[in-house]
Design a binder for this molecule. Structure first.
Ligand code: AMP
Length: 249
């Protein structure tokens, strides 16, 4: 079976985001960008399925500017077979990405689409769910274990009260959580090999999708600086401070 994995280029998790001085968003100029960590997990899972003989091909897809080619090359260096860039300079929101991934899924006919449970830049956690809904396919979210069977898959999710195990028919969309696996590192020989792997570029127009954003960001701001904590000698003082200083009681 063919597995499609979606990979987003985001601000590296180790970089502290800086807000632009006009409050119009996060300043990405000269910032280190990387593959969204949950998408590394999605790619890793797809590769493990191929290595286990379950998947025959792993195709990775990214939507965004030409810079996303770097992200796709990283996925190819991890071991993906080929890559598709849906190239646009338009700011993409989850619904637009879901529509683009739907168009690619209809073209590629994968049995499984793996996406991250959320992108660490917008923290939306929406794209996989919207994609499944647009395709009319089953979905399993926040997977911590995926066990594919014949035309179906069993997916485990960690929830507050324990584990939730669901069975879904394929084709399906699965969103990947942190403990699903530990992604492999890319090695220099594989980075070199990845340069020769196929990377196709398509446009939203060619896919018949209008990627224009539906939501407008009004303002971005730094969170208020935290004030230092104080130790109180007893509960009575704590309640007094909460009532008279913090005025939250
Ligand atoms: P979000 O709904 O924005 O939190 O994103 C959830 C997941 O959807 C990500 O982890 C990616 O797998 C996928 N995704 C979101 N945006 C893109 C994009 N521009 N290109 C490729 N995949 C994306």
């Amino acid at each position: 079976m063919k597995v499609l994995a979606a990979v987003k280029r985001v601000l590296d998790y180790s970089v502290r985001p800086r807000i632009r001085s006009d409050g119009s968003g996060v300043d990405l100029a000269n910032a280190k960008m990387s593959m969204n960590p949950f998408d590394e997990i999605a790619v890793e899972e797809a590769l493990r399925l191929r290595e286990a003989g379950v998947a025959s091909e792993v195709v990775v897809v990214s939507c965004g500017t030409t810079a996303c080619q770097d992200t796709l090359r990283t996925a190819l260096a991890m071991g993906a077979d080929r890559a598709i860039l849906v190239q646009t300079d338009v700011e993409l929101q989850p619904l637009s990405v879901a529509k683009l991934l739907k168009a690619i899924s209809e073209r590629e006919q994968p049995q499984l689409v793996l996406v991250g449970k959320q992108a660490i830049d917008d923290d939306a956690g929406q794209t996989g769910q919207m994609l499944a809904s647009l395709l009319g396919w089953p979905q399993a979210t926040n997977a911590s274990k995926v066990a594919p069977g014949d035309g179906e898959a069993t997916v485990t999710t960690e929830i507050d009260s324990g584990l939730r195990i669901v069975g879904i028919r394929l084709p399906a969309v699965i969103t990947c959580d942190l403990r699903l696996n530990t992604p492999r590192y890319t090695t220099l020989p594989n980075i070199m090999k990845a340069k020769k792997k196929p990377l196709e570029t398509v446009t939203p127009e060619a896919l018949g999708v209008d990627p224009a954003p539906r939501l407008i960001s009004l303002k971005a701001a730094e969170p208020a600086a935290r004030r230092g904590g104080t130790m109180v000698p007893d509960v009575k003082t704590l309640v007094d401070k909460l009532r008279n200083e913090a005025k939250v009681l």
